[in-house]
Design a protein around this ligand. Structure first.
Ligand SMILES: Cc1cc2nc3c(=O)[nH]c(=O)nc-3n(C[C@H](O)[C@H](O)[C@H](O)COP(=O)(O)OP(=O)(O)OC[C@H]3O[C@@H](n4cnc5c(N)ncnc54)[C@H](O)[C@@H]3O)c2cc1C
Ligand SMILES: NC(=O)c1ccc[n+]([C@@H]2O[C@H](COP(=O)([O-])OP(=O)(O)OC[C@H]3O[C@@H](n4cnc5c(N)ncnc54)[C@H](OP(=O)(O)O)[C@@H]3O)[C@@H](O)[C@H]2O)c1
Length: 253
């Protein structure tokens, strides 16, 4: 893998354990929704994939990440300070991009936790606003202070009041103006569609990112409703990105 040396220009700790790291590096060409590999040394011994939250034309890289205390990589990432060196893969990868999404009526974006990142990158470009009648962004977190990046959400609500719907989901506390059940349950009961005043139809596209069990549970529901997975070989309405493997999947192997 070819690496580019960059440097940390800042870290925001949104709340304990939830970070954005900002990196200055030689320009990388990518499509909104793609990910890069990060490494903390030039020998590329340990590296991990991370979605880019910044728009492709933004010179500063933003990665939105969670500290996994027992993890191999994130404790070291979180300890980096301004001017620390960091290595970024020269090539971005991934099919979680609008080029892979067929022309559709509305775009539904379902994120858990840091899975919000690629959606913000996509929504920072002009393409989704030109292509879709409505864009519904659903962000599920455990606690309300994890509903970050509100300034972007608010700016799109202001700019696209008819086209854009944001729905915050907080699963471990009751919070006003948010929904309080997991996304699959909100779909089963139609509470989500009622809240955003929009029906999820077979003419729509759905993108899912984050926790693999959310991705798989929501996919099952959408398959039952007649949607198909969007795969390299066969186009469908459901485009997915899982951030790690389910333990059950790992045990099966
Ligand atoms: C394509 C792709 C893009 C990714 N983009 C991001 C991103 O933008 N931001 C990000 O934080 N992570 C992202 N990840 C996950 C990331 O690569 C690391 O796995 C994660 O940061 C944990 O690294 P670690 O070495 O500290 O722990 P690991 O040893 O790699 O992970 C240990 C466990 O932590 C949990 N975990 C891993 N990632 C997350 C997460 N994001 N949120 C909550 N729990 C998690 C899982 O239970 C996992 O089994 C992405 C993964 C993939 C495959
Ligand atoms: N995010 C942070 O601020 C933060 C900070 C420090 C450390 N961490 C660590 O990171 C790990 C997980 O963090 P996280 O909260 O970002 O990710 P997460 O566990 O994936 O939770 C994010 C959201 O996804 C939901 N979810 C989980 N499984 C689902 C499913 N099958 N269907 C639908 N929704 C589902 C959760 O609901 P439920 O609440 O119902 O599970 C929650 O609303 C933990 O080890 C945590 O200690 C996180």
């Amino acid at each position: 893998m070819k690496w580019l040396q960059g440097k940390v220009i800042g870290q925001t700790e949104w709340h304990p354990g939830l970070f954005s790291i900002f990196i200055e590096a030689p320009p990388i060409s990518f499509q909104a929704g793609q990910f890069v590999q990060l490494s903390l040394n030039s020998q590329e011994k340990h590296f991990r994939p991370y979605s880019l939250l910044n728009a492709p034309d933004d010179p500063v890289i933003e990665i939105y990440y969670t500290l996994v205390k027992q993890g191999l990589f994130t404790p070291a990432l979180a300890s980096l300070s301004t001017n620390s060196p960091i290595w970024v893969s020269a090539k971005a990868s991934g099919r979680f991009v609008l080029d892979e999404v067929s022309q559709s009526n509305n775009l539904w974006c379902f994120a858990t936790g840091t899975g919000l990142g690629p959606f913000l990158s996509i929504l920072k470009t002009s393409e989704p606003w030109q292509r879709f009648k409505k864009i519904i962004l659903v962000h599920s977190v455990r606690y309300h202070h994890e509903l970050t990046h509100q300034s972007f959400i608010e700016s799109w609500q202001e700019k696209y009041p008819e086209q854009f719907r944001w729905c915050g989901v907080v699963t471990r506390e009751q919070v006003a103006h948010t929904l309080n059940n997991r996304i699959p349950m909100l779909l089963q009961t139609r509470e989500l569609e009622n809240t955003v005043a929009c029906e999820l139809s077979l003419q729509d596209a759905v993108m899912l990112c984050g926790n693999p069990s959310m991705v798989s549970d929501v996919t099952q529901i959408l398959l039952q409703r007649g949607m198909r997975l969007n795969q390299a070989k066969e186009k469908g309405q459901i485009t997915i990105e899982s951030y790690w493997k389910n333990k059950i999947e790992v045990q099966k192997k």
